[in-house]
Design a protein around this ligand. Structure first.
Ligand SMILES: *Cc1c(COP(=O)(O)O)cnc(C)c1O
Length: 449
Protein backbone atom coordinates (compact mmCIF):
# COMPACT_ATOMS: atom_id res chain seq x y z
CA UNK A 1 0.00 0.00 0.00
CA UNK A 2 1.51 3.31 -0.98
CA UNK A 3 1.27 6.09 1.57
CA UNK A 4 -1.45 8.64 0.95
CA UNK A 5 -0.13 12.14 0.37
CA UNK A 6 -1.86 15.41 1.19
CA UNK A 7 -2.07 18.44 -1.09
CA UNK A 8 -2.98 22.07 -0.44
CA UNK A 9 -6.37 23.35 -1.61
CA UNK A 10 -4.61 26.53 -2.79
CA UNK A 11 -2.62 24.56 -5.32
CA UNK A 12 0.95 24.69 -3.93
CA UNK A 13 2.71 21.75 -5.49
CA UNK A 14 4.47 20.13 -2.53
CA UNK A 15 2.82 17.01 -1.18
CA UNK A 16 3.23 15.92 2.43
CA UNK A 17 2.38 12.75 4.32
CA UNK A 18 -0.08 12.63 7.20
CA UNK A 19 2.56 13.43 9.77
CA UNK A 20 3.72 16.51 7.86
CA UNK A 21 0.16 17.74 7.39
CA UNK A 22 -0.72 17.13 11.04
CA UNK A 23 2.26 18.97 12.46
CA UNK A 24 2.03 21.89 10.02
CA UNK A 25 -1.71 22.43 10.42
CA UNK A 26 -2.02 24.79 7.49
CA UNK A 27 -0.22 24.45 4.16
CA UNK A 28 2.53 27.04 3.44
CA UNK A 29 0.32 28.75 0.84
CA UNK A 30 -2.49 29.15 3.43
CA UNK A 31 -4.50 26.37 1.84
CA UNK A 32 -5.90 23.38 3.70
CA UNK A 33 -4.50 19.90 3.37
CA UNK A 34 -6.60 17.30 1.60
CA UNK A 35 -5.81 13.64 0.96
CA UNK A 36 -4.93 12.96 -2.66
CA UNK A 37 -7.13 9.89 -2.68
CA UNK A 38 -9.72 8.26 -0.47
CA UNK A 39 -8.98 4.63 0.30
CA UNK A 40 -12.19 2.72 -0.17
CA UNK A 41 -13.35 0.24 2.40
CA UNK A 42 -14.78 -2.88 0.80
CA UNK A 43 -18.43 -3.79 1.32
CA UNK A 44 -17.23 -6.89 3.24
CA UNK A 45 -15.27 -4.69 5.64
CA UNK A 46 -18.27 -2.43 6.16
CA UNK A 47 -20.53 -5.46 6.63
CA UNK A 48 -18.41 -6.46 9.63
CA UNK A 49 -18.78 -3.11 11.39
CA UNK A 50 -22.02 -4.00 13.23
CA UNK A 51 -19.99 -6.53 15.26
CA UNK A 52 -17.17 -4.11 16.00
CA UNK A 53 -16.70 -1.55 18.76
CA UNK A 54 -16.16 2.15 18.10
CA UNK A 55 -12.38 2.06 18.39
CA UNK A 56 -12.14 -1.01 16.16
CA UNK A 57 -14.11 0.76 13.43
CA UNK A 58 -11.93 3.83 13.94
CA UNK A 59 -8.86 1.70 13.27
CA UNK A 60 -10.23 0.50 9.91
CA UNK A 61 -11.15 4.02 8.82
CA UNK A 62 -7.99 5.85 9.93
CA UNK A 63 -5.23 3.31 9.44
CA UNK A 64 -5.10 3.61 5.62
CA UNK A 65 -4.16 7.30 5.91
CA UNK A 66 -1.31 6.62 8.33
CA UNK A 67 0.40 3.75 6.53
CA UNK A 68 3.44 2.81 8.60
CA UNK A 69 3.82 6.23 10.24
CA UNK A 70 2.38 4.88 13.49
CA UNK A 71 2.98 1.38 14.84
CA UNK A 72 -0.16 -0.74 14.69
CA UNK A 73 -0.29 -1.49 18.38
CA UNK A 74 0.38 2.17 19.25
CA UNK A 75 -2.51 3.24 17.04
CA UNK A 76 -4.79 0.64 18.60
CA UNK A 77 -3.89 1.89 22.07
CA UNK A 78 -4.45 5.52 21.12
CA UNK A 79 -7.88 4.76 19.69
CA UNK A 80 -8.94 2.69 22.68
CA UNK A 81 -7.80 5.41 25.03
CA UNK A 82 -9.31 8.29 23.02
CA UNK A 83 -12.71 6.63 22.58
CA UNK A 84 -13.32 5.36 26.06
CA UNK A 85 -16.81 6.86 26.32
CA UNK A 86 -20.25 5.93 25.01
CA UNK A 87 -21.61 6.93 21.60
CA UNK A 88 -25.35 6.40 22.04
CA UNK A 89 -27.92 6.30 19.27
CA UNK A 90 -31.17 7.59 20.68
CA UNK A 91 -34.33 6.58 18.85
CA UNK A 92 -36.71 9.48 18.29
CA UNK A 93 -39.31 7.62 16.22
CA UNK A 94 -39.33 4.82 13.62
CA UNK A 95 -35.93 4.61 12.03
CA UNK A 96 -35.06 8.19 13.02
CA UNK A 97 -32.23 8.59 15.48
CA UNK A 98 -30.08 11.11 17.26
CA UNK A 99 -26.40 10.29 17.36
CA UNK A 100 -25.26 11.64 20.71
CA UNK A 101 -21.72 12.86 20.28
CA UNK A 102 -21.73 14.65 23.62
CA UNK A 103 -20.39 12.04 26.04
CA UNK A 104 -16.70 12.96 25.90
CA UNK A 105 -14.85 14.91 28.59
CA UNK A 106 -15.98 18.35 27.32
CA UNK A 107 -19.44 17.20 26.21
CA UNK A 108 -19.28 18.21 22.56
CA UNK A 109 -18.46 16.29 19.39
CA UNK A 110 -15.17 18.20 19.20
CA UNK A 111 -13.79 15.65 21.67
CA UNK A 112 -13.78 12.97 18.95
CA UNK A 113 -11.35 14.94 16.82
CA UNK A 114 -9.30 16.63 19.52
CA UNK A 115 -8.56 13.52 21.54
CA UNK A 116 -7.12 11.55 18.65
CA UNK A 117 -5.28 14.55 17.24
CA UNK A 118 -3.71 15.22 20.64
CA UNK A 119 -2.48 11.65 20.93
CA UNK A 120 -1.13 11.54 17.38
CA UNK A 121 0.71 14.85 17.80
CA UNK A 122 2.26 13.73 21.04
CA UNK A 123 3.39 10.50 19.37
CA UNK A 124 5.10 12.27 16.49
CA UNK A 125 6.62 15.05 18.62
CA UNK A 126 8.09 12.52 21.04
CA UNK A 127 9.54 10.59 18.14
CA UNK A 128 11.36 13.74 17.04
CA UNK A 129 12.12 15.24 20.45
CA UNK A 130 10.27 18.43 19.48
CA UNK A 131 7.93 20.73 21.33
CA UNK A 132 5.13 22.86 19.95
CA UNK A 133 2.63 25.62 20.65
CA UNK A 134 -0.93 24.97 19.56
CA UNK A 135 -2.61 28.24 18.64
CA UNK A 136 -6.31 27.88 18.09
CA UNK A 137 -9.49 29.93 17.79
CA UNK A 138 -12.76 28.68 19.15
CA UNK A 139 -16.39 29.60 18.75
CA UNK A 140 -17.15 27.77 21.98
CA UNK A 141 -16.39 24.07 21.95
CA UNK A 142 -13.12 23.53 20.09
CA UNK A 143 -11.13 25.40 22.71
CA UNK A 144 -12.18 23.24 25.60
CA UNK A 145 -11.92 19.98 23.64
CA UNK A 146 -8.40 20.84 22.51
CA UNK A 147 -7.40 22.15 25.93
CA UNK A 148 -8.54 18.92 27.59
CA UNK A 149 -6.92 16.76 24.93
CA UNK A 150 -3.51 18.41 25.50
CA UNK A 151 -3.81 19.30 29.18
CA UNK A 152 -0.75 18.39 31.21
CA UNK A 153 1.46 17.36 28.24
CA UNK A 154 5.04 18.51 28.68
CA UNK A 155 6.05 19.23 25.12
CA UNK A 156 2.91 21.11 24.07
CA UNK A 157 1.44 24.47 25.13
CA UNK A 158 -2.06 25.48 24.07
CA UNK A 159 -3.16 29.08 23.47
CA UNK A 160 -6.91 29.43 22.87
CA UNK A 161 -8.58 32.57 21.54
CA UNK A 162 -12.30 32.85 22.18
CA UNK A 163 -14.80 35.65 21.52
CA UNK A 164 -15.36 37.20 24.92
CA UNK A 165 -19.12 37.67 24.64
CA UNK A 166 -20.09 34.75 22.42
CA UNK A 167 -19.44 31.71 24.59
CA UNK A 168 -21.62 30.57 27.47
CA UNK A 169 -20.24 30.71 30.98
CA UNK A 170 -19.89 26.92 31.11
CA UNK A 171 -18.13 26.81 27.76
CA UNK A 172 -15.69 29.43 29.05
CA UNK A 173 -15.15 27.63 32.33
CA UNK A 174 -14.23 24.43 30.52
CA UNK A 175 -11.23 26.32 29.09
CA UNK A 176 -10.30 28.64 31.91
CA UNK A 177 -10.31 26.30 34.90
CA UNK A 178 -7.49 24.03 33.72
CA UNK A 179 -4.32 26.12 34.08
CA UNK A 180 -0.85 24.52 33.61
CA UNK A 181 0.00 24.43 29.90
CA UNK A 182 -3.35 25.93 28.82
CA UNK A 183 -3.50 29.69 28.06
CA UNK A 184 -6.98 31.05 27.27
CA UNK A 185 -7.42 34.54 25.78
CA UNK A 186 -10.77 36.34 25.84
CA UNK A 187 -10.78 38.47 22.69
CA UNK A 188 -12.97 41.53 22.15
CA UNK A 189 -14.55 40.46 18.88
CA UNK A 190 -16.19 37.57 17.12
CA UNK A 191 -15.11 34.05 16.28
CA UNK A 192 -14.19 35.14 12.77
CA UNK A 193 -11.87 37.81 14.26
CA UNK A 194 -10.22 35.19 16.46
CA UNK A 195 -9.75 32.91 13.48
CA UNK A 196 -8.29 35.74 11.38
CA UNK A 197 -5.79 36.59 14.15
CA UNK A 198 -4.68 32.98 14.37
CA UNK A 199 -4.23 32.73 10.62
CA UNK A 200 -2.16 35.90 10.58
CA UNK A 201 0.13 34.61 13.32
CA UNK A 202 0.78 31.44 11.32
CA UNK A 203 2.17 33.31 8.35
CA UNK A 204 4.11 35.92 10.37
CA UNK A 205 7.82 35.38 9.61
CA UNK A 206 8.81 36.98 12.93
CA UNK A 207 7.04 34.18 14.80
CA UNK A 208 8.57 31.34 12.80
CA UNK A 209 10.79 30.14 15.64
CA UNK A 210 7.79 29.45 17.88
CA UNK A 211 6.75 26.18 16.20
CA UNK A 212 3.10 27.20 16.06
CA UNK A 213 0.54 24.67 14.96
CA UNK A 214 -3.21 24.87 14.63
CA UNK A 215 -5.77 22.62 16.16
CA UNK A 216 -8.74 24.14 14.40
CA UNK A 217 -10.90 22.09 12.16
CA UNK A 218 -8.43 23.12 9.46
CA UNK A 219 -6.01 20.48 10.77
CA UNK A 220 -6.29 17.12 9.01
CA UNK A 221 -5.79 15.50 12.40
CA UNK A 222 -9.20 16.89 13.30
CA UNK A 223 -10.81 15.96 10.07
CA UNK A 224 -10.20 12.23 9.69
CA UNK A 225 -11.51 11.18 13.13
CA UNK A 226 -14.78 12.86 12.17
CA UNK A 227 -15.33 10.34 9.40
CA UNK A 228 -15.48 7.49 11.91
CA UNK A 229 -18.78 8.12 13.68
CA UNK A 230 -20.66 8.09 10.38
CA UNK A 231 -19.47 4.53 9.81
CA UNK A 232 -20.28 3.68 13.41
CA UNK A 233 -23.80 5.13 13.29
CA UNK A 234 -24.49 3.45 9.96
CA UNK A 235 -23.40 0.08 11.34
CA UNK A 236 -25.89 0.44 14.20
CA UNK A 237 -28.96 1.77 12.39
CA UNK A 238 -28.50 0.02 9.04
CA UNK A 239 -26.63 -3.23 9.75
CA UNK A 240 -28.03 -4.64 6.51
CA UNK A 241 -26.17 -1.99 4.53
CA UNK A 242 -29.03 0.33 3.51
CA UNK A 243 -28.36 3.94 2.64
CA UNK A 244 -28.75 6.35 5.54
CA UNK A 245 -29.64 10.06 5.62
CA UNK A 246 -27.34 12.07 7.89
CA UNK A 247 -28.21 15.54 9.13
CA UNK A 248 -25.24 17.60 10.24
CA UNK A 249 -25.52 20.89 12.14
CA UNK A 250 -22.77 22.89 10.45
CA UNK A 251 -20.64 25.93 11.20
CA UNK A 252 -17.09 25.56 9.97
CA UNK A 253 -18.07 22.44 7.99
CA UNK A 254 -15.45 20.11 9.45
CA UNK A 255 -18.11 17.73 10.67
CA UNK A 256 -19.81 17.56 7.26
CA UNK A 257 -16.40 17.07 5.58
CA UNK A 258 -15.89 14.05 7.82
CA UNK A 259 -19.17 12.65 6.51
CA UNK A 260 -18.25 13.33 2.90
CA UNK A 261 -14.93 11.58 3.40
CA UNK A 262 -16.84 8.57 4.78
CA UNK A 263 -19.00 8.66 1.65
CA UNK A 264 -15.93 8.74 -0.61
CA UNK A 265 -14.55 5.77 1.34
CA UNK A 266 -17.61 3.72 0.49
CA UNK A 267 -20.20 4.42 3.19
CA UNK A 268 -23.76 3.95 1.86
CA UNK A 269 -25.29 7.42 2.33
CA UNK A 270 -28.57 8.52 0.82
CA UNK A 271 -28.09 12.21 1.49
CA UNK A 272 -26.30 14.63 3.76
CA UNK A 273 -28.43 17.41 5.16
CA UNK A 274 -26.12 20.38 5.80
CA UNK A 275 -28.06 22.43 8.33
CA UNK A 276 -26.80 25.90 9.23
CA UNK A 277 -28.24 28.56 11.51
CA UNK A 278 -28.92 32.04 10.11
CA UNK A 279 -25.36 32.18 8.84
CA UNK A 280 -26.65 30.80 5.58
CA UNK A 281 -23.80 31.50 3.14
CA UNK A 282 -23.56 27.83 2.18
CA UNK A 283 -27.28 27.11 1.62
CA UNK A 284 -27.41 30.25 -0.49
CA UNK A 285 -24.42 29.14 -2.51
CA UNK A 286 -26.11 25.80 -3.14
CA UNK A 287 -29.16 27.62 -4.40
CA UNK A 288 -27.55 30.35 -6.49
CA UNK A 289 -24.01 29.19 -7.23
CA UNK A 290 -22.73 32.51 -5.88
CA UNK A 291 -20.62 32.48 -2.73
CA UNK A 292 -20.79 35.46 -0.40
CA UNK A 293 -19.36 35.27 3.10
CA UNK A 294 -21.47 36.86 5.83
CA UNK A 295 -19.47 39.62 7.48
CA UNK A 296 -19.82 40.02 10.37
CA UNK A 297 -21.32 36.66 11.17
CA UNK A 298 -24.73 36.61 12.85
CA UNK A 299 -25.08 35.85 16.54
CA UNK A 300 -27.37 32.84 16.76
CA UNK A 301 -28.13 30.70 19.81
CA UNK A 302 -26.23 27.78 18.27
CA UNK A 303 -23.09 29.76 19.00
CA UNK A 304 -20.53 27.20 17.85
CA UNK A 305 -22.00 27.58 14.35
CA UNK A 306 -21.78 31.37 14.07
CA UNK A 307 -19.39 31.23 11.17
CA UNK A 308 -19.71 33.69 8.30
CA UNK A 309 -17.00 32.11 6.17
CA UNK A 310 -16.37 28.44 6.95
CA UNK A 311 -12.74 27.40 6.45
CA UNK A 312 -13.64 23.90 5.37
CA UNK A 313 -15.52 25.12 2.30
CA UNK A 314 -12.08 25.20 0.67
CA UNK A 315 -11.98 21.43 1.15
CA UNK A 316 -15.60 20.94 0.17
CA UNK A 317 -15.04 22.83 -3.08
CA UNK A 318 -11.90 20.84 -3.75
CA UNK A 319 -13.81 17.60 -3.28
CA UNK A 320 -16.13 18.62 -6.13
CA UNK A 321 -13.42 19.89 -8.45
CA UNK A 322 -13.56 23.56 -7.45
CA UNK A 323 -11.08 25.87 -5.82
CA UNK A 324 -11.66 28.45 -3.10
CA UNK A 325 -8.89 30.35 -1.34
CA UNK A 326 -8.78 31.22 2.35
CA UNK A 327 -10.55 34.54 1.84
CA UNK A 328 -13.51 32.92 0.08
CA UNK A 329 -12.50 33.90 -3.47
CA UNK A 330 -13.65 31.22 -5.86
CA UNK A 331 -10.99 30.51 -8.50
CA UNK A 332 -12.88 27.57 -9.98
CA UNK A 333 -16.53 26.64 -9.47
CA UNK A 334 -17.19 23.17 -8.08
CA UNK A 335 -19.56 20.76 -9.81
CA UNK A 336 -22.78 22.14 -8.35
CA UNK A 337 -25.04 19.43 -9.65
CA UNK A 338 -22.87 16.73 -8.09
CA UNK A 339 -22.95 18.65 -4.82
CA UNK A 340 -26.72 18.93 -4.94
CA UNK A 341 -26.94 15.22 -5.62
CA UNK A 342 -25.18 14.44 -2.35
CA UNK A 343 -25.97 17.41 -0.11
CA UNK A 344 -29.25 19.08 0.80
CA UNK A 345 -28.45 22.45 2.39
CA UNK A 346 -30.85 24.29 4.63
CA UNK A 347 -30.76 27.29 6.97
CA UNK A 348 -32.72 27.24 10.23
CA UNK A 349 -33.63 30.49 12.01
CA UNK A 350 -33.28 30.96 15.76
CA UNK A 351 -37.04 31.02 15.99
CA UNK A 352 -37.31 27.62 14.28
CA UNK A 353 -34.48 26.33 16.47
CA UNK A 354 -36.36 27.29 19.61
CA UNK A 355 -39.60 25.84 18.25
CA UNK A 356 -37.78 22.59 17.47
CA UNK A 357 -36.41 22.32 21.02
CA UNK A 358 -39.92 22.83 22.41
CA UNK A 359 -41.56 20.35 20.05
CA UNK A 360 -38.95 17.61 20.35
CA UNK A 361 -39.45 17.72 24.07
CA UNK A 362 -43.24 17.81 24.05
CA UNK A 363 -43.66 15.26 21.24
CA UNK A 364 -40.88 12.78 21.93
CA UNK A 365 -39.46 13.69 25.37
CA UNK A 366 -36.13 14.24 23.64
CA UNK A 367 -33.97 17.04 25.00
CA UNK A 368 -32.13 18.86 22.20
CA UNK A 369 -29.70 21.76 22.57
CA UNK A 370 -29.51 24.54 19.96
CA UNK A 371 -26.96 22.87 17.62
CA UNK A 372 -28.65 19.50 17.61
CA UNK A 373 -31.97 21.28 17.12
CA UNK A 374 -30.68 22.93 13.94
CA UNK A 375 -29.69 19.46 12.70
CA UNK A 376 -33.02 17.91 13.63
CA UNK A 377 -35.01 20.77 12.09
CA UNK A 378 -32.97 20.34 8.91
CA UNK A 379 -33.78 16.64 8.84
CA UNK A 380 -37.49 17.30 9.36
CA UNK A 381 -37.47 19.68 6.40
CA UNK A 382 -35.69 17.15 4.23
CA UNK A 383 -38.12 14.37 5.19
CA UNK A 384 -41.10 16.66 4.52
CA UNK A 385 -39.80 17.29 1.04
CA UNK A 386 -38.49 13.86 0.03
CA UNK A 387 -40.39 11.32 2.08
CA UNK A 388 -39.82 9.48 5.26
CA UNK A 389 -38.68 5.97 4.45
CA UNK A 390 -34.86 5.88 4.79
CA UNK A 391 -33.17 5.33 8.12
CA UNK A 392 -31.97 8.74 9.26
CA UNK A 393 -29.48 9.98 11.82
CA UNK A 394 -29.30 13.53 13.10
CA UNK A 395 -26.12 14.51 14.93
CA UNK A 396 -26.52 15.93 18.44
CA UNK A 397 -23.19 17.68 18.87
CA UNK A 398 -23.33 18.98 22.45
CA UNK A 399 -24.85 18.26 25.83
CA UNK A 400 -27.89 20.42 26.69
CA UNK A 401 -26.25 21.28 30.03
CA UNK A 402 -23.83 23.52 28.12
CA UNK A 403 -26.77 25.81 27.31
CA UNK A 404 -28.91 25.69 30.44
CA UNK A 405 -30.62 29.11 30.20
CA UNK A 406 -32.11 28.55 26.78
CA UNK A 407 -33.23 24.98 27.53
CA UNK A 408 -34.91 25.90 30.82
CA UNK A 409 -36.76 28.75 29.15
CA UNK A 410 -38.02 26.57 26.32
CA UNK A 411 -38.83 23.29 28.04
CA UNK A 412 -38.96 24.04 31.75
CA UNK A 413 -36.35 21.32 32.22
CA UNK A 414 -33.01 22.11 33.80
CA UNK A 415 -30.67 19.70 32.00
CA UNK A 416 -28.75 17.65 34.51
CA UNK A 417 -25.03 18.28 34.60
CA UNK A 418 -23.14 15.32 33.11
CA UNK A 419 -20.42 13.87 35.38
CA UNK A 420 -17.72 15.40 33.15
CA UNK A 421 -18.97 18.88 34.01
CA UNK A 422 -19.62 18.41 37.73
CA UNK A 423 -18.03 21.06 39.98
CA UNK A 424 -17.20 23.20 36.92
CA UNK A 425 -19.22 26.11 38.31
CA UNK A 426 -17.08 26.32 41.46
CA UNK A 427 -13.57 26.08 40.04
CA UNK A 428 -11.26 29.10 39.81
CA UNK A 429 -10.76 30.67 36.36
CA UNK A 430 -7.52 31.89 34.78
CA UNK A 431 -7.49 33.84 31.53
CA UNK A 432 -6.34 37.08 29.93
CA UNK A 433 -8.48 39.63 28.15
CA UNK A 434 -7.21 41.01 24.88
CA UNK A 435 -8.38 43.58 22.33
CA UNK A 436 -8.87 42.25 18.83
CA UNK A 437 -5.72 43.78 17.29
CA UNK A 438 -3.01 41.61 15.77
CA UNK A 439 -0.34 43.76 17.47
CA UNK A 440 -1.61 42.68 20.89
CA UNK A 441 -1.64 39.00 20.00
CA UNK A 442 1.82 39.20 18.48
CA UNK A 443 3.17 40.93 21.53
CA UNK A 444 1.71 38.22 23.72
CA UNK A 445 3.08 35.42 21.55
CA UNK A 446 6.58 36.91 21.62
CA UNK A 447 6.52 36.25 25.37
CA UNK A 448 6.67 32.53 24.52
CA UNK A 449 10.11 32.69 22.87
C1 LIG B 1 -18.27 23.09 16.31
C2 LIG B 1 -19.66 22.70 16.55
C3 LIG B 1 -20.56 22.53 15.50
C4 LIG B 1 -20.19 22.78 14.07
O1 LIG B 1 -19.26 21.88 13.57
P1 LIG B 1 -18.40 22.27 12.27
O2 LIG B 1 -17.47 21.16 12.09
O3 LIG B 1 -17.69 23.56 12.65
O4 LIG B 1 -19.36 22.48 11.19
C5 LIG B 1 -21.83 22.09 15.80
N1 LIG B 1 -22.22 21.88 17.07
C6 LIG B 1 -21.38 22.06 18.11
C7 LIG B 1 -21.89 21.83 19.47
C8 LIG B 1 -20.07 22.47 17.90
O5 LIG B 1 -19.26 22.65 18.92
Amino acid sequence: MSLIKFFSTNGHLDRVDFKGALLAGQAPDKGLYMPEMFPSLSPETIRNFPQMSYHQIAYQVIKPYLGDLVEESALEDMLKDAYSYEVPLERVYDGKYLLRLDRGPTCSFKDFAARLMGRLMQYFLKEEGRSMIILTATSGDTGSAVAHAFYGLENIKVIVLFPEREVTERQRRQMTTLGENIYPLAVTGKFDDCQALVKQAFVDPELKGLELSSANSINVGRLLPQAVYYFYAHSRVAPGGEEVVFSVPSGNFGDLMGGLIALKMGLPVKKFVAATNENDEFPRFMQTGVYEPIRPSKNCISNAMNVGHPSNLARLFSLYGGQMDETGQVARQPDLSAMREEIYAVSISDEETRQTIREAYSQYKVLLEPHGAVGWAGLVRYLDEFGDWSPAVSLETADPAKFPDEIVRLTGVNPSLPPAMASLDEKEEHYLEMDGSYASLKNYLKGFF
